[in-house]
Design a protein around this ligand. Structure first.
Ligand SMILES: CC(C)C[C@H](NC(=O)[C@@H](N)CC(C)C)C(=O)O
Length: 623
C-alpha cells in the first residue's frame, strides 16, 4: 500500500540538528554517561577499602557486600525500564533517578564522616551501627539511581537517531562504551560530578512518550496466553504457531508480536551471565593474584588494584581498532561476522583470558613458600648464637621445617619460634626502601633496608645494637619477595578486554536493535541483568569455597565458559535477526491500521531514495 505524498510529508518525529551525520543531542547523552560512570566507578573503587578499614569488616564480608551491591546495580535497571517505558518516559526517568543517585552519593559521603559519632575524638566512630545503616541506605539509593538510569540512557541515545542514520547508530554504541571507560578511568584521578550536562541538552532531545503501563500489559498478556493454552490443552484443539498466539482471543496482535520479539531475545540471554562471572573476577580473583606478584615497573610501582585500570585503557584503544579496522577487514574477506557470532567469539576470548590467568598462577605457585596446611605446623629457628649450633627435632612427619638467615643444624639443641606466617603480605605491600630509627632513652641508631614486594622479614636486635650503630641487626627473610612480574597479567587483560569489546559492545547494540520501539529500555535492562546474575554466581562461588589450587579454578571457569559459548552458538544459529519496526508495520498493515508516524517517515525516506534514483529531482519538504 502506497501513501499519497501529502501523507508522506507528515513527519512528526522531531527534526534534530546534526553534526557530521550525528544528532547533536547525542553529545549531551554521552557526556552524561561519562559523568555517571565517573561517579559510579570512582565510588566503587574505594568501596571495599571503606568496608575493610572504616567499618572494620573482614575480607569475606567486605567482598560479599561489594558483589551484592554490584549485583543490585545491575538488577535495578528492570525498575528503571518499567518506570521509563510505562510511566515517565526515558528523559524524566533519567532526571529523577539521577537526583536519587546524587542523594545516595551524599548519604554515602556523610556516612564516612566519623566525627559525627566520634564523641571522644579518638579517631574511631563510637556508633558503627549508625555508619553502617547510613552507608547501606546510601548504597541502596546509588544502586537505584545508577541502575535505574542505565538502561534508559543507552536506549534514549538510540532514540535520537533517525532511520537514515543506522550507520551512525552502530557507531554510537561504540562511542557510548568508550565514554563509560573513559569516565571510569578518569574517576580514579578526579572527582567532581557534572551530571548537569544532561539537562543542558533538554531542548534538543527526541523524547518518545511512554505508552502506558506496558510492563503490566505484557505480564497480563503472557499470563493470559499461558492460562488459555492450559485451558485448551486437549489434542482436539488445533496447535498454534507460537504459544503466545494463545493470547490472540483477548490481546492486540501488535502487543503479542512485540512480546514475541522480546521473549526471543531474553531466551537468548540465558547463557550470557557466565561471561560476566569471569569478567567480574578482574576485581576480585585477579586483583588477589596481583598481590602475589611484583608491581615494580622501574619508573613507577603499580599497586595490585591499580592493575584493573588496564581494562578501561585497553577499551579506549581496542574499540576504535575493532570498529575501524578489524570488523571492516573481516567483512572485506567476505565473512559474515554477525552480532551473535561476535558475542560467541567474545566469550571464547574471555575463556582464553582465564587459561592465561591459570598459566600465570602456575608460575606464581612455583615461587610461593610452602604454607602449613591445617594438619601441619611451621617452625622457624634462628640461631643468633656466635657459632653453629646443632638442633635435634624429634621425628614428626607432620612437621614442616624451614630455616632462615643463619645456619641450622639438626642434632641436639633447643630452638625458638620467631614468627608464624600463613600468607603473603596483603596488597603486595612493602616499599622498596625503608629507614628505621631505633630509640631507647637518649640512645638511638638508624638503619635502612631494601625490601622486595610481598616479602616478609624479621629483624633480630641484639643488646649491642646502639654501641655498633645498628650494625649488628640481623635480617631474616621469612618469605621471599614476589618474583613473578605483574606485567604477566597483561595478556589476560588483553584477552578479556578483546572479549568484552566483542561481547559487551555488540550486546548493547544488539539489545537496542532487536527491541520493539516501546520496549527498548526493557531489553537494555534484561541485558544488564545478565551482569547481575553473573555477579551473583561469583558470590555463590566465593561463598561455597574454591578448588584447592587457584589455577584449577581458573581452568574450571574457562571450560565452563567454553561449554556455555557452544550452547549459545547453537541458540544463536536458530535466531533470525529482525527489524522490529518492519514487523510492527506489517502487523498494523494486517490489522488495517494506519502506519505509525515513524513508519510514515521511513516511507518518506524510501520515497526520497526512489525519487533520487529516478533522478527526478523532486524535493519533498517536511512540515
Ligand atoms: C556493560 C556493563 C555491564 C559494564 C560496563 N563496564 C565496562 O565498560 C568496563 N570495561 C569498565 C571497567 C572500569 C570495569 C559499564 O557500563 O560500566
Amino acid at each position: 500500500m502506497r501513501y499519497p505524498p501529502t501523507l508522506l510529508i507528515i513527519a512528526t518525529k522531531k527534526l534534530t540538528a546534526e553534526c557530521c551525520g550525528y544528532p547533536i543531542s547525542i553529545f549531551f547523552i554521552v557526556v552524561n554517561e561519562f559523568c555517571e560512570r565517573f561517579s559510579y566507578y570512582g565510588m566503587r573503587a574505594v568501596l571495599v577499602l571503606y568496608f575493610r578499614y572504616f567499618l572494620l569488616w573482614d575480607d569475606d564480608l567486605a567482598t560479599s557486600i561489594y558483589h551484592a551491591f554490584v549485583a543490585l546495580c545491575y538488577l535495578t535497571p528492570i525498575l528503571g525500564a518499567i518506570i521509563a517505558d510505562s510511566w515517565l518516559g526515558k528523559f524524566k526517568t533519567i532526571i529523577y533517578l539521577s537526583i536519587v543517585y546524587a542523594i545516595g552519593q551524599v548519604t554515602m559521603a556523610i556516612s564516612t564522616i566519623h566525627d559525627i559519632t566520634d564523641a571522644n575524638r579518638d579517631g574511631t566512630p563510637d556508633n558503627f551501627t549508625f555508619h553502617i545503616a547510613l552507608s547501606m541506605l546510601g548504597l541502596i539509593l546509588i544502586a537505584l539511581g545508577t541502575g535505574g538510569i542505565k538502561p534508559c540512557v543507552a536506549a534514549f541515545g538510540g532514540d535520537q537517531f533517525q532511520e537514515h542514520q543506522s550507520r551512525q547508530l552502530n557507531t554510537f554504541f561504540s562511542v557510548f562504551y568508550l565514554c563509560i571507560n573513559a569516565g571510569s578511568l578518569l574517576s580514579t584521578l578526579i572527582t567532581p560530578v557534572l551530571r548537569v550536562v544532561f539537562i543542558a541538552g533538554s531542548g534538543m532531545y527526541v523524547k518518545t512518550d511512554p505508552e502506558g503501563n506496558i510492563m503490566w500489559s505484557v505480564c497480563k498478556c503472557i499470563g493470559f496466553a499461558i492460562k488459555n493454552r492450559f485451558r485448551h490443552r486437549s489434542s482436539s484443539y488445533p496447535k498454534r504457531e507460537h504459544w503466545m498466539d494463545w493470547a490472540n482471543e483477548k490481546y492486540d496482535k501488535l502487543l503479542i508480536a512485540q512480546i514475541k520479539m522480546v521473549l526471543k531475545v531474553l531466551f537468548l540471554y540465558i547463557p550470557l551471565p557466565m561471561f560476566w562471572t569471569l569478567f567480574d573476577q578482574k576485581g576480585s580473583r585477579w586483583t588477589l593474584q596481583a598481590t602475589t606478584m611484583s608491581g615494580d615497573f622501574g619508573a613507577f610501582i603499580l599497586q595490585p588494584d591499580q592493575m584493573q585500570t588496564v581494562n578501561p585503557i585497553l577499551i579506549l584503544t581496542l574499540v576504535p581498532i575493532m570498529d575501524r579496522l578489524i570488523f571492516p577487514l573481516i567483512q572485506k574477506c567476505g565473512l559474515n561476522f554477525s552480532p551473535l557470532k561476535r558475542m560467541t567469539v567474545g566469550m571464547l576470548f574471555a575463556a582464553m583470558a582465564f587459561v592465561s590467568a591459570a598459566l600465570v598462577q602456575i608460575e606464581i605457585d612455583k615461587t610461593l613458600p610452602n604454607f602449613p596446611s591445617s594438619s601441619e605446623s611451621q617452625l622457624k629457628v634462628v640461631n643468633t648464637y656466635s657459632t653453629t649450633l646443632n638442633v635435634t627435632i624429634s621425628p614428626n612427619e607432620h612437621l614442616l621445617i624451614e630455616s632462615f638467615g643463619v645456619q641450622l643444624h639438626t642434632s641436639k639443641h633447643t630452638y625458638s619460634t620467631i614468627s608464624y606466617v600463613k600468607s603473603k603480605p596483603r596488597e603486595g605491600k612493602n616499599a622498596i626502601r625503608r629507614d628505621f630509627v631505633l630509640r631507647h632513652g637518649e640512645q638511638w641508631c638508624e638503619f635502612s633496608r631494601k625490601f622486595g614486594f610481598g616479602a616478609s622479614y624479621t629483624f633480630l636486635i641484639p643488646s649491642t645494637v646502639f654501641s655498633d650503630d645498628c650494625e649488628s641487626i640481623t635480617e631474616v627473610e621469612d618469605m621471599k619477595p614476589n618474583s613473578v612480574h605483574m606485567a604477566l597479567q597483561i595478556p589476560q587483560y588483553f584477552l578479556i578486554t578483546t572479549g568484552e569489546v566483542m561481547f559487551s559492545v555488540t550486546g548493547l547494540q544488539f539489545s537496542y536493535s532487536q527491541a520493539p520501539k516501546n520496549m527498548k529500555s526493557v531489553l537494555q535492562a534484561g541485558w544488564l541483568c545478565t551482569n547481575a546474575v553473573g555477579n551473583i554466581i561469583v558470590l555463590i562461588v566465593a561463598e561455597l569455597g574454591k578448588l584447592p589450587k587457584q589455577w584449577a579454578e581458573y581452568l574450571l571457569f574457562a571450560s565452563l565458559l567454553v561449554a556455555v559459548s557452544i550452547i549459545f552458538s547453537i541458540m544463536a544459529y536458530f535466531y533470525t535477526y529482525i527489524d522490529p519496526a518492519e514487523i510492527e508495520a506489517q502487523v498494523r498493515k494486517e490489522q488495517g491500521l494506519e502506519p505509525e508516524e515513524m513508519e510514515k517517515e521511513t516511507l518518506e525516506m524510501e520515497e526520497k531514495d526512489e525519487d533520487q534514483k529516478n533522478e527526478q529531482g523532486v524535493k519533498q519538504t517536511k512540515i
